[in-house]
Design a protein around this ligand. Structure first.
Ligand code: HSE
Length: 426
């Protein structure tokens, strides 16, 4: 039996999840792996006498975790960026392996940390999709494959809100307020609903699957604030659900990396992943399509992923988990990416308007896949305003953006056009 001693930074829900699992499942873990986990030290700004530290020494100084020679691995579970990044760097510099759940730090500084301290051990399974072992799947289970795409519902808050809008016809603001009441969304929901959290996670998935450096700035980001209950209803009528997806895909021109609301065919399994659950769909040359689904957040679920990294560290010693920069692939500017699109065009209900819309699209080489006209949006105006809903075929982002701008300038178009990408995931 090997003894492996943990130093935990932070005492939030994930840290408490780690303490609970070590207390409850420590003997099972030991009999399975031959590794006996003990909590050597816990450091947090504020003491929590109500939390059982499993016999660990408590301290208010993070540095104590690094300086304690009896700590074999440091768990960074404080979150945030500046202090966490510094702490991870200091620990690695001191030769202590680190396990973190911090997607923001890895997406922005992961390469720097991995390059500067090779071989010490920096693991981050819990940074992406909570309990789902997607990093192990990509870097171990599927390591013999070439990746075609990695597509995921990687923000549970967005998925909860879109599901509530779908199932209850709720408006975005009402669904967000409910998510906040339930503790799924923060008081300031920006990181989640504006797509930033998902972009951090996608930057990591992109790097791992396509051997490029993690670069948050490479990701094109859209959140879900603009999605309306009408869009969800019209999408359903056309055979689609709206999901907030992170998409990392290899094309002949380069890599696409974007997070945005997306129409997904209802028959795709990922379209049925609802509520706060996450799911990641991976397509590779040899394994084909694999789908991973599970809780993307929560103390115990995230702690499960943290402890898998702790055990990997105990078992693998100093083996690094990842190398970057082996591929020549470049991430494409979003204007050069390709998708089909859903358009909801508020238009005056008078003769010839649909023809004008179709003409404008055809000038940009955009083909219409399906079209429906929906009832009156604005009863009061004369002539009345209707919604023309169009699904386009796959088109270049720059072309659809220009076509939509031109359509919005038509006198017959009565407001902003809703534009949501459509992905068949075929
Ligand atoms: N806030 C995230 C989510 C969980 O809603 O999925 C942590 O990344």
């Amino acid at each position: 039996m090997t003894s492996f001693r943990l130093g935990i930074a932070g005492l939030g829900t994930v840290a408490q999840g780690v303490l609970d699992i070590v207390r409850e499942n420590g003997s099972v873990i030991a009999s399975r792996t031959g590794v006996e986990l003990t909590i050597q030290r816990v450091a947090s700004r504020t003491a929590r006498p109500d939390v059982d530290l499993c016999g660990a020494t408590f301290s208010t100084e993070l540095r104590d975790l690094i300086d304690d020679p009896q700590v074999d691995v440091v768990l960074e579970l404080i979150g945030g960026e500046t202090v966490a990044r510094q702490f991870i760097g200091d620990a690695l510099a001191a030769g202590k392996p680190v396990v973190t759940a911090n997607k923001a730090v890895i997406a922005a500084y992961g390469n720097e940390l991995l390059t500067q301290f090779p071989g010490v051990g920096l693991r981050f399974e819990a940074a992406v999709a909570g309990a789902i072992p997607i990093i192990q799947a990509i870097r171990s289970g599927l390591v013999a494959n070439r990746f075609e795409h990695v597509v995921g519902i990687i923000n549970g808050t967005c998925n909860y809100i879109l599901t509530a809008m779908q199932e209850q016809g709720a408006a975005f603001e009402d669904a967000l307020a409910r998510a906040q009441e339930l503790g799924y969304a923060e008081a300031d929901p920006t990181f989640d609903v504006d797509g930033i959290d998902a972009a951090h996670k996608l930057a990591i998935l992109l790097g791992l699957a396509f051997d490029v450096p993690f670069n948050f700035d490479d990701i094109a980001i859209e959140g879900i604030r603009g999605v309306t209950p009408e869009d969800i209803q019209y999408a359903e009528e056309l055979g689609y659900r709206i999901k907030h997806l992170g998409i990392a895909r290899q094309t002949t021109a380069g890599l696409e990396a974007r997070v945005h609301p997306t129409l997904v065919p209802v028959q795709q399994l990922i379209a049925s992943v609802n509520g706060v659950l996450n799911a990641v769909l991976v397509k590779t040359d040899a394994a084909g399509d694999t789908l991973f689904s599970g809780p993307g957040a929560g103390g115990a679920a995230t702690a499960s992923a943290v402890l898998s990294d702790v055990l990997a560290t105990a078992e693998a010693g100093e083996t690094p988990t990842w190398r970057s920069g082996e591929a020549e692939l470049k991430v494409l500017p979003v204007a050069e990416t390709y998708s089909a699109h859903y358009l909801r065009i508020p238009a005056l209900d008078e003769p010839g308007v649909f023809a004008q819309v179709a003409n404008a699209l055809s000038r940009y080489g955009i083909s219409i896949e399906a079209a429906i006209q929906k009832g009156l949006q604005d009863h009061a105006s004369t002539p009345p305003v209707v919604a023309i809903v169009i699904l386009t075929q796959v088109t270049r982002e720059a072309d659809i953006a220009a076509a939509v701008a031109e359509l919005e300038d038509l006198p017959q178009v009565a407001g902003e056009i809703a534009r949501i990408r459509v992905e068949s995931l075929a």
